[in-house]
Ligand binder design. Structure first.
Ligand code: SAH
Length: 204
């Protein structure tokens, strides 16, 4: 958490892209969960909408590999690459839209746009995540997205393993934010695509 909270943030956060860095504590919560289940160490991992790299860099520090971050904003990719160099973490940051990225991975992590600024901005992320994950998806979403995500999961025969509210304090980031910080209702989701093999993998 200490190393992740020392990282460089968005230089000019874009409200339309909902460029908000995952709070270090929430990022660590997601990574710890995935680590305990066995979805980090030695697993290939993709971070959709990787921003400044908090989730993918944290996963790499915990032993995931290969790790790829997909991000459509050039400035954010540049920051993420600097953060990787500062941490000495091995992550490949790919500049592009999540809808045009098609390389599967064991584990998908994401803190996508919540769709609060641009309606449905989160949808291509959920579609990509459920397409790409071989084993599990770990993702944050607004509590108001529960019905949408549950429907997608049912339609895609994806098992929802857990949906848990997590503490999430949003510091003032955009001009339309009035208060210095607000608590927003965010869930951490853990989903497993059909056909997931739950048995621990043998290590070579
Ligand atoms: N995952 C990072 C950033 C979260 S903010 C973190 O946890 O801190 C959401 C990110 O998604 C932003 O960096 C934004 O630029 C990116 N983004 C938004 N729409 C995108 C799209 N269609 N394809 C790829 N990245 C996108």
């Amino acid at each position: 958490a200490r190393r992740l909270s020392s990282l460089e943030g968005f230089s000019a956060p874009d409200a339309a892209l909902e460029q908000v860095v995952t709070p270090a504590e929430a990022a660590v919560g997601l990574l710890q969960r995935a680590y305990e289940i066995g979805d980090i160490e030695g697993r290939s991992l993709v971070d959709l909408g990787s921003g400044t790299g908090v989730l993918s860099l944290g996963a790499a520090l915990l032993g995931a590999g290969p790790v790829v971050g997909v991000e459509s904003d050039e400035g954010a990719v540049a920051v993420a690459r600097r953060n990787a160099a500062a941490l000495g973490a091995d992550v490949t940051f790919v500049l592009g839209d999540v809808s045009s990225y098609h390389v599967p991975a064991d584990t998908v992590v994401m803190n996508p746009p919540f769709g609060a600024q641009r309606r449905h901005a989160d949808r291509p992320f959920w579609d990509a995540a459920l397409d790409l994950a071989r084993v599990r998806v770990y993702a944050f979403a607004l509590a108001s997205s529960r019905t949408f995500i549950a429907r997608r999961a049912v339609a895609r025969r994806v098992r929802v393993e857990s949906t848990e509210p997590v503490p999430w304090e949003l510091p003032r980031t955009f001009p339309h934010h009035r208060k210095p910080r607000v608590e927003i209702p965010v869930d951490l989701w853990v989903l497993a695509p059909a056909g997931t093999n739950d048995a621990p993998r043998s290590r070579n």
